[in-house]
Design a protein around this ligand. Structure first.
Ligand code: SF4
Length: 360
């Protein structure tokens, strides 16, 4: 049988309970999520969608499978803790136009779409992701680019979302072209999960478009060694062979990659695929994601053990986005004070940010 092209694979994503039940027997927690959110009056936290490809990497007989847990919702998402936030990075505070975020002086983030191939159950931007906002409009793109052009200190733009690489080639080309016309000096980064969840999307046509806009970097997201398949490694190679470097950001996820052995295997596979493990993120305080967060002290232990197992190239920076908009910091560089219910992470200016002590 002829393999479906990426557009068909994207359209055929599984988005309904009845459909996923054809492949997986739902656990009580998974079933409860669908039941509790089926009423149109319930505000679902984050849509459900998984590609056939990513589903094929999961063990459908095991609710604890590390790939399955990344895409399959459970009722635990409906537990919101007092310190969890709808917008944990306070992006609203740094929003210039509705899709342009300017937190650090030399770089900006542009949310070009809210769609993703797979909705990751731990997503920190769940207040925006999958909310049917669609692709950025021409007017808004122009407004964002005018702002960037006027602010000469901006040297880099991160295209994010959602996942920019689920947009059609012609539209991606249009967006990149507009960026380069208005701000020719800018370095472009694209944050994407597509290499790990829909590798067929990385076509020769896409690469031909992207390589016109170098310097352009891909920031991929692989969280578990099972995601490094022949298909995903080939997808990564297509970027790298075209002179487009790839870095990887992982999230430290409870029950998925929260041990040094798994992370070391992931790092080694990434390095062998010519991808630099860039960041390993401690979980953000996004609403309904506590079941994914690893206690901070445990995170430090895992990362120290990881450093014993991998080379410098394979070692990511262990980092966190300071809750409430303090920005990204390396957890080995920030000052940490123990408090009664958690920790204070103290930035360079001495400002304190609370991060809870969540025991398993
Ligand atoms: S691909 Fe990125 S934006 Fe989309 S759900 Fe996953 S983490 Fe969130």
């Amino acid at each position: 049988m002829k393999k479906k092209c990426w557009i068909e694979q994207f359209k055929d994503r599984i988005t309904r309970k009845e459909k996923i039940e054809e492949s997986c027997i739902l656990s009580a927690e998974e079933d409860a999520f669908f039941k509790l959110t089926e009423s149109p009056n319930t505000s679902r936290t984050l849509d459900f969608a998984v590609t056939g490809y990513f589903l094929s990497l999961a063990d459908c007989s095991n609710p604890e499978d590390p790939v399955r847990r990344q895409f399959m919702p459970t009722a635990m998402e409906l537990n919101s803790l007092p310190y969890e936030l709808g917008d944990p990075l306070s992006e609203a505070k740094y929003t210039i136009t509705p899709r342009l975020i300017h937190r650090y002086s030399n770089r900006v983030v542009l949310l070009v779409t809210d769609l993703c191939a797979v909705y990751c159950r731990y997503c920190f931007r769940r207040h925006f992701t999958g909310k049917r906002k669609g692709i950025i409009g021409r007017e808004e793109l122009n407004a964002a680019l005018s702002y960037i052009a006027e602010n000469k200190e901006v040297e880099e733009i991160l295209l994010s979302g959602g996942d920019p690489l689920v947009i059609a080639d012609s539209k991606i080309g249009e967006i990149l072209n507009s960026i380069k016309k208005k701000v020719p000096h800018i370095v472009i980064r694209i944050g994407t999960r597509v290499p790990s969840v829909l590798p067929d999307r990385i076509t020769a046509d896409l690469i031909n478009i992207l390589k016109e806009y170098k310097p352009l970097w891909i920031i991929a997201q692989f969280n578990h060694p099972h995601e490094l398949t022949c298909e995903s490694i080939q997808a990564l190679s297509r970027f790298i062979d075209a002179g487009i470097p790839v870095l990887n950001q992982s999230v430290l996820l409870r029950g998925i990659n929260d041990n040094a052995e798994t992370l070391a295997e992931l790092s080694k596979l990434l390095v062998a695929a010519r991808v630099k493990p860039y960041y390993l993120f401690q979980g953000d305080l996004a609403r309904g994601t506590s079941h994914f967060r690893v206690p901070l002290a445990e995170g430090f232990k895992i990362v120290r053990a990881l450093a014993e197992k991998v080379s410098g190239i394979g070692m990511p920076v262990f980092a966190v986005d300071l809750p409430g908009g303090g920005g990204k910091v390396s957890l080995f560089k920030v000052k940490i004070e123990k408090s009664e219910r958690g920790f204070f992470l103290i930035d360079k200016k001495g400002k304190k940010y609370f991060y809870p002590d969540e025991q398993k």
